[in-house]
Design a protein around this ligand. Structure first.
Ligand code: 5MM
Length: 374
């Protein structure tokens, strides 16, 4: 009988398994990104999304203000204690810190992995339930990914959204979005970028936490099934899902324990243990809720298996207070950086399972009251 290992390998994939010359590098990047007590800063808002954020502080949405805002966060001294990777928008990848180094160069120097949002945004699905969306950006993808690699990016992120309506989402949305995410993931691995796969079941709606659980299990299992079909290298990717929570208009708020149990339970039913990390989005949760829920998932006595590193990849839940503290004014940089670092530290503690809500709220209050006018 021939070598058993060869037979086993052949059975793993009828196509012989995906290979990439970057395989070892991709695994090293994943390891760096999932270091204990660290998570990701999602600073990849498109120009349109920045517009909404800047309107809140009455600031003009131009390239220089967007550069300053990103420099404010990544230039906060000590950020590397809490943050292992930063996701940028395409524009930001070529912008510079005040010392003249490009953002990716600066991050690499302080031990943070630069990443890039590679999707081209949402488009109407047309077929499916009203209002459902798909994500564009696969045409010419490999050339773009190779360019980002040359510019210093070592991971990427692609987001698909799912809107729960009447307690469910359409089969069509589940199917097409799973295929898109899987194709994106394998092409990224070929170009040397660790793909973060982001299927976001949106918080908007009146659904219950049980309905969010059921939809999340359906969506994630379809994504995982597509990733299998496309031959992804499991130990060279990360998942960025929503937490399992009741809809924002449901009139209910779940306890951290409920969120932790439903979320980890849903992941356990769907996600292979070979995936090293789950980097949650905050999806409209408050800053404190996002920390509290993550901490509940990481507490030592949860009693549900979780073989992956569970950490954060937040945009709003890391940035909202810092943005207000900044208010677009240079003189507020130090205060805004203190506020930003406080949130980063709280989420780092949440990753380690040692977060203390009371201390967080107290710390936040002292920062906001003693800080500047905003
Ligand atoms: C930063 O927001 C990202 C989407 O931006 P666009 O809608 O402008 O393209 C988004 O992908 C983000 O990275 C994640 O959803 C996490 O953000 P939240 O605010 O949910 O933590």
């Amino acid at each position: 009988m021939s070598n058993r290992v060869e037979v086993f390998k052949a059975q793993l994939s009828p196509y012989g398994g995906l290979k990439s010359k970057y395989y070892e590098e991709l695994k090293a990047t994943v390891k760096q990104m999932t270091a204990p007590g660290k998570g990701l800063l999602a600073a990849d808002e498109s120009v349109g999304s920045v517009d909404k954020r800047f309107k809140g502080i009455n600031l003009e949405n131009n390239a220089e203000n967007r550069r300053k805002y990103r420099a404010l966060m990544i230039g906060a001294a000590g950020i590397e204690q809490y943050v292992s990777g930063v996701i940028f928008h395409e524009e930001t990848l070529t912008q510079k810190m005040d010392d003249g180094s490009s953002f990716p160069e600066y991050l690499t120097r302080i031990g943070i992995v630069p990443g890039i949002k590679t999707d081209r945004g949402l488009a109407p699905l047309i077929v499916g339930a009203p209002g459902e969306q798909c994500t564009e950006g696969l045409d010419g993808y490999v050339a773009r990914a190779q360019k980002y690699y040359k510019q210093g990016a070592r991971f990427c992120k692609w987001r698909n959204t799912y809107q729960i309506q009447n307690g469910t989402v359409s089969e069509h949305a589940i199917h097409i979005n799973a295929e898109t995410l899987a194709r994106y993931a394998v092409l990224s691995q070929q170009a040397g970028l660790v793909p973060i796969v982001e299927p976001e079941v949106m918080i908007d709606g009146t659904h219950s936490i049980e309905q969010c659980f059921a939809v999340s299990v359906r969506v994630w299992s379809a994504v995982v099934s597509a990733l299998h079909r496309h031959g992804v290298m499991w130990d060279a990717m990360l998942l960025k899902p929503n937490m399992v929570v009741p809809g924002a208009e449901s009139g209910t708020v779940a306890s951290p324990d409920e969120v932790a149990r439903y979320t980890v339970w849903a992941l356990g039913r769907t996600l292979p243990a070979q995936v090293a990390g789950v980097t949650f989005l905050s999806g409209g949760l408050s800053e404190v809720q996002a920390s509290e829920y993550l901490a509940a998932m990481n507490r030592p006595n949860l009693g549900i298996a979780r073989p992956w590193r569970l950490t954060f990849s937040y945009a709003r839940a890391l940035q909202s207070s810092a943005l207000k503290a900044w208010g677009g004014k240079d003189e507020n940089f130090p205060a805004a950086r203190r506020v930003f670092l406080h949130r980063a530290k709280m989420n780092s503690l949440a990753q380690l399972g040692t977060y203390d809500r009371a201390a967080d709220v107290k710390g936040s209050e002292s920062l906001y009251v003693k800080g500047h006018t905003y």
